[in-house]
Ligand binder design. Structure first.
Ligand SMILES: CC(C)(COP(=O)(O)OP(=O)(O)OC[C@H]1O[C@@H](n2cnc3c(N)ncnc32)[C@H](O)[C@@H]1OP(=O)(O)O)[C@@H](O)C(=O)NCCC(=O)NCCS
Length: 188
């Protein structure tokens, strides 16, 4: 499975992000996750695919961002032989650009470190420069192109990697992104 491309972007309405929590995805969230999928990806994952992913145990990690009981974003990855592959990341159109994608990716990166992965990887559509900017801030660098990876839309994928995520340096990067380090965003 691979990270998919965005269908299209919608206009944003101002929505406060106070009170967003990131929690492990459960079966009860999946219907709402798929409803977001259908808005942001041209070939959305199905309900049954998500439900099956949730049964895969410790080599998977899926999270949702909740505003109260509303699912507003989600992200997931597969972890195998020291490498964590981000397979999906999405935020509901009206909640985008409010730091929720960053928080979900932070949760995935923290989990990848906790579970012993050395590297993080993902694919992103060549034209999805917004997502690429987010990944760049997490230390992902382009490593190659998969031609026509998104065959339905005839678009190539950029393969990106963040290496050596167990290093202190990478830990400091995550702390800064999370605003949990001295000198970070949350520190005044
Ligand atoms: C990509 C996506 C997950 C980002 O989530 P988000 O909550 O909107 O992003 P955030 O607010 O956390 O953005 C964090 C940073 O990423 C970068 N970024 C995110 N979206 C961006 C955009 N559309 N244009 C430019 N930069 C963007 C910015 O650097 C941003 O920081 P800033 O707002 O302080 O400038 C979300 O826009 C989405 O679901 N898009 C549709 C599906 C998709 O493309 N998924 C990724 C497939 S590879």
């Amino acid at each position: 499975m691979a990270l998919r491309r965005a269908a299209h972007r919608r206009s944003h309405r101002p929505v406060p992000t106070d009170g967003i929590s990131i929690v492990p995805m459960r079966r009860r969230h999946v219907k709402q996750v798929v409803a977001i999928e259908q808005q942001i990806f041209p070939t959305p994952w199905s309900l049954s695919l998500y439900l099956s992913e949730l049964t895969m145990g410790s080599n998977r990690a899926y999270y949702v961002a909740l505003a109260g009981s509303e699912v507003v974003g989600y992200g997931g990855m597969m972890i195998a032989v020291g490498e964590a592959h981000v397979t999906t990341l999405g935020v509901s159109p009206r909640w985008q650009r409010r730091g929720i994608g960053r928080r979900l990716l932070l949760e995935l990166a923290d989990t990848a470190r906790e579970r012993g992965a050395d590297d993080l990887t993902l694919e992103v559509r060549v034209s999805n420069t917004g997502a690429q900017q987010l990944y760049h801030s997490f230390g992902f660098v382009p490593a190659g192109i998969r031609k026509n990876y998104y065959a339905e839309v005839h678009e190539d994928a950029i393969v990106m990697w963040a290496h050596d995520i167990q290093s202190e340096e990478y830990g400091r990067r995550l702390d800064l992104l999370a605003g949990r380090a001295p000198g970070g965003e949350g520190d005044g």
